[in-house]
Design a protein around this ligand. Structure first.
Ligand code: UT7
Length: 322
């Protein structure tokens, strides 16, 4: 039987750091409120000439180097993003062009903050069924371009960045299981305004900006993430104490702590980057994974639980033997 294994990780964060104090000069907020309610201290913001595919490419190159895989050996590229350079082509096709390879399949997955979980699920299926053996799975987002910088309820929460993994065919898991869910019923709780046909000149309100009913999303996220953690453990016949690390989507430290508590995991076993990166949507899990792999906390053989929740609504998890 063939399994998929994470053989390398990579990450990219734009150079420019925006602190909470800088945000105090833009909207009616305070460093204290942002830290208390979300755990965020700073976020990285892409330069004007930087694109999602640029960031995705940098993260991918790091992951390939870590995995010691040549670009020419990649046989599938999947990018999770909701902030592509353009409506089309996909970021995955642009990354493919920038890597100088062609003819292999490359496509984007759109599942908002859960995007990396959906991308990992699809990539895992490709590898397990023999459709690919060296896959680049990337999460990359440039939310600074879809933030309303006059809306304090959203602009303080997000940041830009990219994370990537190389998934390779192996004789042992690897990706032990993936679990993905969607429910379109609550789409009004978190969405981007405007639609593809809008010309954007007559009505400023048509511009593409994130709109979020934060409090309601918060409660749904805590409930869904608790459920999916239970589903993942039960589905694999393991218990909370078998987990080495929780690598969660980084939306809010309070959501992360609530999930860790349900799993009886001390915060020392939880990878937290939300303080430094804020919410980078589908980039947040591969970025957090890369940070903890590179600083030596996550080691080969550790059992990891990834979990994410986002617009759609969408949510997902993966149990991973690193
Ligand atoms: O990754 C995708 C999913 N996204 C999430 O998971 C985010 C989920 N939601 C959250 O993280 C939290 O709901 C927030 C951090 C967005 C907000 O925290 P909260 O504890 O739910 O606050 P709230 O929305 O209930 O607002 C409390 C108060 C309000 O004032 P009043 O009405 O009580 O006077 C807001 O107007 O805080 C006010 N407020 C702010 N004050 C200072 C909202 N944003 C700000 C701000 N600075 N930036």
């Amino acid at each position: 039987m063939t399994f998929a294994r994470i053989s390398g990780t990579g990450g990219y964060l734009p150079e420019r750091v925006m602190t909470n104090h800088e945000l105090e000069t833009i909207v009616d907020t305070s460093d204290e409120w942002i830290r208390d309610r979300s755990g965020i201290r700073q976020r990285h913001i892409a330069a004007d000439n930087e694109t999602t595919s640029d960031m995705a490419l940098s993260a991918a190159r790091e992951a390939l180097a870590a995995a010691k895989v040549e670009v020419a050996d990649i046989d599938l590229i999947i990018v999770a993003t909701t902030t592509p350079d353009r409506v089309f082509p996909s970021v995955a096709c642009t990354v493919q062009r920038k890597l100088g390879i062609h003819d292999i399949p490359a496509f984007d997955i759109h599942a908002a903050c859960s995007g990396f979980m959906f991308a990992l699920d699809v990539a895992n299926r490709f590898v397990k069924t023999g459709g690919a053996s060296n896959v680049l799975v990337i999460g990359a987002e440039i939310y600074s371009r879809i933030l309303d910088w006059s809306d304090r309820a959203t602009c303080v929460l997000f940041g830009d960045g990219a994370g990537a993994v190389v998934l390779q065919a192996a004789e042992e898991a690897g990706i032990v299981s993936t679990h993905i869910h969607s429910n379109g019923k609550h789409e009004e709780l978190l969405y981007v305004s405007g639609s593809v046909g809008d010309r954007g000149t007559e009505r400023q309100s048509d511009a593409a900006f994130i709109k979020m009913r934060g409090n309601e999303i918060f409660r749904k996220a805590v409930a869904a993430l608790g459920n999916i953690a239970r589903e993942t453990l039960a589905g694999n016949g393991i218990t909370k104490s078998d987990l080495s690390w929780l690598v969660p989507h980084q939306a809010n430290l309070r959501i992360i702590s609530a999930t860790a508590k349900k799993l009886c995991l001390p915060m020392e076993r939880v990878v937290v980057t939300v303080d430094q990166h804020a919410n980078t949507s589908s980039a947040s899990i591969p970025l957090a994974l890369d940070v903890a792999v590179r600083d030596g906390r996550i080691k080969r053989g550790d059992l990891l639980l990834f979990e994410a929740f986002g617009a759609g609504l969408t949510w997902g998890s993966a149990l991973v033997k690193y």
